[in-house]
Design a protein around this ligand. Structure first.
Ligand code: HEM
Length: 452
């Protein structure tokens, strides 16, 4: 019988996780169970070309190599940091002295444009930008259980990517075993799902989590601002601490291809292992809920030590399936953040509760540091934002593996979300109930209720 195990646990503690992710019998994703079906659903129409969700084999190896060669080409452009810096400057130039905004939806167009320019070496037209941002927003909403896949814009973006790749200079990446048409299709699908879905979402959240944590910790914020010539070390530690507290992957899974023992744990063929990044990143860490970037500074008294910093902290995964974009996403996020921190003061409403999912984004008042706006205006904007802030959106939305049982309960009880207050509530509630019931029907059809 298939067992499902969540790690770290007593038999497979935090220190054993990294070697587990490297184990040759723990590299498969598996097919046909709820968790994986949901991931496939999120990535429509690229679900069959999705490197991250694929079992090891010839296609996975080809895509891994394609990713590596694409990223190598980006290297010549300073890994997107320069483009990110320029686009962030332009965004801030267009802001009022005091603006109320959502950090996630504000940074999304910047990151979409960075990836597009890295790929196609030109600026996006307005029409392209609107379409790609709409699709990236839909990917975000589906992943956060806020909506269902919008097929039309996704299909249009796919067609546009096919045309871009066809006209672009991608021939050196072609696979000799495929026709030109097949090569173009593979590259379009691969960049669609890897860069413009996953890559955009992750990079936006990476920057957003760090900026939000810094805005809520003024002492740390000032330290970053005063350390602009240290090669990014202080900012880098704040980014690590943000990833420790708010890991972008809540959970990943592995399916065991051959039984093996791992320390005190034993795994059987077909077992599903779920790794909870949040648990790994908090268990055993002193004052684990606090934002203390110096934990990662070997020269500081707050240093958490080599073992915690390496084995109990793997935001980008480990082993053969680790994230290939650690450096790329770090550079792009750093490019964005350096400009934002230099040019804006971000005020986060007091009632906003910062959690990993930031499902509704992060509401903020952005005040230009070079502007002479009266402080009253910023405070008024902040009070207004505070009044309509959804207090804790992590409770409105639910992590994927527990989604189906919740959906069943939630839909049948008419979405009794009475504990939430604020003026967004009617919209949130309405869209949740409409989308969730459609979503449920889709998932039921796809995954088969009761499989898990
Ligand atoms: C911004 C922060 C990011 C974080 C924290 C992150 C995290 C991760 C993690 C934890 C994994 C491993 C999952 C597992 O072990 O099962 C992974 C895999 C992957 N990531 Fe990222 N990621 C980030 C950004 C990106 C970006 C920007 C891209 C693409 C441009 C990307 C593409 C991938 C791919 C393709 C894989 C699958 C590797 C494979 O299985 O062969 N990631 N990522």
């Amino acid at each position: 019988m298939t067992r499902r195990t969540i790690v770290p646990n007593e038999q497979c503690p935090a220190a054993m996780i990294e070697p587990l992710l490297r184990h040759p019998s723990a590299q498969a994703r598996g097919e046909g169970f709820f968790f994986r079906e949901m991931v496939r659903y999120f990535h429509w129409p690229y679900q069959d070309m999705q490197q991250e969700g694929m079992d090891p084999g010839p296609l996975h190896s080809k895509l891994r190599s394609l990713t590596a060669r694409l990223f190598k080409r980006f290297g010549e452009e300073g890994y997107g940091e320069t483009i990110a810096t320029r686009l962030t400057e332009e965004w801030i130039d267009g802001l009022e002295d005091v603006s109320t905004l959502n950090l996630v939806s504000s940074l999304r167009p910047i990151v979409v444009q960075v990836f597009f320019e890295l790929l196609f070496h030109r600026r996006m037209t307005e029409r392209e930008l609107d379409l790609y941002v709409e699709v990236a927003g839909n990917f975000n909403d589906v992943l956060k259980s806020l909506g269902v896949t919008s097929k039309r814009p996704r299909r249009l973006m796919y067609e546009d990517l096919l045309a871009q790749v066809e006209q672009g200079d991608f021939d050196e990446l072609f696979d000799d075993a495929l026709s030109r048409e097949e090569n173009v299709d593979r590259i379009a699908q691969h960049v669609g799902t890897t860069l413009l879905y996953t890559g955009v979402l992750q990079t936006v959240e990476y920057a957003t989590h760090t900026l939000t944590a810094l805005a809520q910790h003024p002492v740390e914020l000032e330290r970053v601002r005063n350390s602009s010539d240290d090669g990014g070390e202080v900012l880098g530690r704040a980014m690590s601490e943000a990833m420790r507290l708010f890991p972008l992957f809540g959970r990943t899974n592995r399916v065991v291809t051959e039984a093996f023992e791992h320390g005190e744990a034993d795994f059987g063929t077909g077992d599903v292992i779920y790794l909870e990044f949040g648990k790994l990143h908090r268990q055993h860490w002193p004052a684990s809920d606090e934002f203390i970037p110096d934990r990662f500074d070997a020269g500081s008294s707050a240093y958490a030590g080599e073992e915690l910093c390496s084995q109990h902290f793997i935001p980008f995964g480990a082993g053969p399936r680790a994230c290939p974009a650690q450096e790329l996403s770090t550079r792009i996020s750093r490019g964005i953040m350096t400009v934002v921190l230099h040019r804006l003061n971000l005020l986060i409403p007091e009632r906003f509760h910062h959690t990993r999912r930031i499902a509704l984004g992060v509401p903020a008042v952005a005040v230009r540091r070079d502007a002479s706006a009266e402080p009253d205006r910023a405070q008024t904007a902040l009070s207004e934002l505070n009044a309509r802030c959804v207090v804790d959106d992590s409770r409105v939305l639910f992590p994927a593996p527990s989604l189906l049982p919740f959906l069943q309960a939630a839909v049948s009880t008419g979405m009794k979300l009475s504990r939430f207050h604020g003026s967004w509530l009617p919209c949130v509630r309405m869209s949740l109930s409409i989308n969730y019931s459609r979503y449920l029907r889709k998932l039921r059809g796809m995954a088969g209720v009761g499989q898990q």
